[in-house]
Design a protein. Structure first.
Length: 138
């Protein structure tokens, strides 16, 4: 299985597709449990991410009742929701975009980068930040 994942990763790099593009398992940094799968895609030179799967034990298809109403995501379904927006590739990082935490309803400045096979996702609120490690989905 690891050999197949490595081949797919290498194929994406060789074909010119950024390694960041694809499906990533989000991991709760407190419990270390898988929370969702986010699909990152490129559109007109910028990168976006939408939730394509949830690992919820309570509500299998929740709405974002804490999302900000001013950006149109309030009371929208979390499944299929675009949570990463407007990321630009600068060197080895993806910057100048934003990420939404649907559980808290807060939007943060965002930076993404790869460390080995993992995607590092950092959200900024002023000078403070929190970093999560997402795993490539198989």
């Amino acid at each position: 299985m690891k050999l197949l994942a490595g081949f797919l990763f290498l194929s994406a790099v060789c074909m010119g597709q950024p390694a960041i593009v694809g499906k990533w398992v989000t991991v709760d940094d407190g419990t270390n449990e898988a929370k969702s799968v986010v699909e990152i895609f490129e559109q007109k030179g910028q990168f976006y991410g939408k939730i394509v799967q949830l690992f919820s034990t309570t509500d299998p298809d929740p709405v974002c009742d804490k999302c900000p109403s001013e950006d149109g995501r309030y009371l929208k379904k979390i499944m299929g929701m675009e949570i990463i927006k407007d990321m630009k590739k600068v060197g080895d990082e993806y910057v100048d975009g934003s990420i939404l935490d649907p559980e808290e309803g807060k939007v943060y400045r965002c930076k993404l980068w790869l460390e080995g096979a993992n995607l590092m996702v950092r959200g900024y609120w002023g000078p403070f930040y929190r970093t999560q490690t997402w795993r490539k989905s198989t």
